[in-house]
Write a protein that binds this ligand. Structure first.
Ligand SMILES: [Fe+2]
Length: 157
């Protein structure tokens, strides 16, 4: 009988689970901004961060369903996320648009770096479909990161 390659699903599932924690957490940060942002840019940021929340929730859904498809057991409750997230606690006492943008930017930057590392890990584990999912996630995070960063007040011009 030919030797079958069995993907190391447990390792891949755990990588995906760690990013699922972060994605659900970051989506909640976007909603926190949607609810609390104040200032002249209120309406634009209120709507923008609702879209970011929807995009990140969609990403989380794809990651969670990939874990399930690999035979893993998803951990996705708020309490599991609070224990598992790698992102900094979102400040609950800020309202100014630029403070929110700075806080969100630093969290999404951390997630961006983690996902890029995970693409390499999962590729080395030879689960190319999960690596593809993480590459798509990486592109989406880059896009959100760019859109958030573009709303920072420019330092020079
Ligand atoms: Fe709303």
């Amino acid at each position: 009988m030919p030797k079958r390659f069995v993907p190391p699903n447990d390792d891949v599932c755990e990588v995906l689970q760690q990013r699922l924690f972060d994605l659900i957490d970051l989506a909640s940060h976007a909603k926190q901004i949607h609810w609390t942002v104040q200032g002249r840019e209120f309406l634009a940021l209120h709507e923008f961060f609702d879209e970011v929340h929807a995009d990140l929730s969609d990403c989380a859904d794809h990651v969670a369903e990939r874990i399930a498809a690999l035979g893993g057991h998803v951990r996705g409750t708020a309490k599991a996320v609070a224990k598992g997230s790698h992102l900094p606690d979102y400040p609950l006492d800020i309202a100014a648009a630029q403070k929110h943008i700075n806080a969100f930017s630093s969290s999404i930057f951390q997630l961006k770096m983690l996902v890029r590392g995970n693409v390499k890990t999962v590729t080395e584990l030879k689960d190319y479909s999960s690596a593809d999912l993480l590459n798509q996630l990486s592109r989406k995070i880059d896009e959100i990161s760019w859109m958030v960063g573009a709303q920072m007040e420019p330092k020079t011009n």
